[in-house]
Ligand binder design. Structure first.
Ligand code: URA
Length: 204
């Protein structure tokens, strides 16, 4: 049986060759994700931006720097978690990904989740939240942990039957918005407590 690291490596190689939607024609490269295959926490953003498209790494621009800083406040480094995006290719001019692009990329994200089996999925921003919690409002659900079944995954594959999600504002949106920034930092600092609650089976 291949290790999680080996499985992710194989998956990434397959992802790099993907051309299932039109985004691939307009971007420099596929940005599969980065971090530890053994991570407890999987952060999911929206899609690569300019810097990510250039480097092949998720969250390496200004929003990434802010994410790194917030990870530091809870004594984690990027290498301790896994960071991925709903869409693996940069949309032109950083526009929002189209529903058909999100749908084309979904099997890759699902395979990442199935491989890593994180204790906690942290969605970054509205687009990532909507992929898992459609109909929710980020202004109401941010900073709250909840369990939900992931479509296409089956309860049996999830650590406790249903996955725990924690919604955060997107670091890029919060970067230059004083009150959203404060809220994001406050919500972020609660992550260790959420993990502890999951381990103590306090989140139903
Ligand atoms: N914003 C995202 O949502 N993802 C990245 O990788 C970078 C910026």
């Amino acid at each position: 049986m291949a290790t999680k690291k080996e499985q992710l490596k194989k998956l990434n190689t397959e992802m790099l060759a993907c051309s299932k939607c039109a985004l691939r024609q307009g971007c420099t490269q596929v940005v599969p994700g980065a971090g530890s295959a053994e991570a407890n926490i999987l952060f999911i953003g929206e899609a690569p931006g300019k810097k990510e498209d250039e480097t092949g790494e998720p969250f390496v621009g200004a929003a990434g720097k802010f994410l790194n800083e917030m990870l530091g406040t809870i004594k984690l480094k990027r290498e301790d978690v896994y960071i991925a995006n709903v869409c693996k290719c940069r949309p032109p001019e950083n526009r929002d990904p189209l529903p058909k692009e999100v749908a084309a990329c979904w099997p890759w994200l699902l395979a990442q989740i199935k491989t890593i089996q994180p204790k906690l999925i942290v969605t970054l921003g509205r687009h990532s939240m909507e992929r898992f919690l459609p109909g929710f409002k980020i202004s109401e659900v941010h900073g709250k942990a909840l369990r939900k079944e992931i479509e296409g995954m089956g309860k049996a594959n999830l650590p406790a039957g249903r996955q725990v999600f924690y919604t955060l504002y997107h670091p890029a949106a919060a970067l230059y918005n004083g009150s959203m920034r404060e809220t994001l930092i406050k919500d972020f600092k609660r992550i260790p407590k959420i993990i502890a609650k999951i381990e103590q089976e306090e989140i139903r």
